[in-house]
Design a protein. Structure first.
Length: 173
């Protein structure tokens, strides 16, 4: 087996993917305030924690990761704050491939879409009915999580981490 083949195989190990994505995402999630609801009539702020990320091989060069996330949301409508809890399951697909000159393995991240995120929300106060009537809360959460993950994975550090020189891999394999 060539060094490039070994590097490709090693880069597509579920354990390595969990470690790499876990390092990029971290354990804390925070975004907001962001506008929400029809006409931006509300604002929302979220903080939360990423749970234990799991992964499985879906092909020799592909890995599917699942990251559970617990969010505490505060939706503000006028002067009223409505606390909510959200449980998410975010699925991220990775594909390891060799660079054209075979000098590196490049790990591509599939575009994240609404179908990649399961959301379950619970209002903690009486304002929950009002928040639900404002719009599709679950899709609002998906939208902001997609933007947060996409922005995070496009940072220079994340892009560098997804470019693995073959010689480095051959030494660690």
């Amino acid at each position: 087996m060539s060094a490039a083949d070994e590097a490709l195989r090693d880069a597509a190990r579920p354990e390595r993917a969990v470690e790499a994505i876990g390092d990029m995402i971290g354990t804390e999630v925070a975004f907001g305030p962001v506008t929400a609801g029809p006409g931006g009539m509300a604002t929302a702020t979220a903080t939360g924690r990423v749970g234990r990320i799991t992964a499985r091989s879906t092909a020799p060069d592909r890995v599917a990761l699942t990251a559970p996330v617990l969010l505490d949301l505060m939706v503000t409508i006028g002067r009223r704050d409505v606390p909510l809890d959200a449980r998410l399951e975010v699925r991220i697909a990775l594909h390891a491939c060799l660079a054209p000159d075979e000098s590196a393995v490049v790990v591509e991240v599939a575009e994240l879409g609404p179908a990649d995120i399961d959301v379950s929300t619970k209002a903690r106060g009486v304002g929950g009915v009002l928040v639900r009537r404002l719009g599709d809360l679950d899709n609002e959460i998906r939208h902001h999580v997609i933007r947060w993950v996409t922005d995070l994975l496009q940072t220079p550090e994340a892009i560098d981490a997804r470019h693995i020189p073959v010689e480095d891999e051959a030494e660690t394999a």
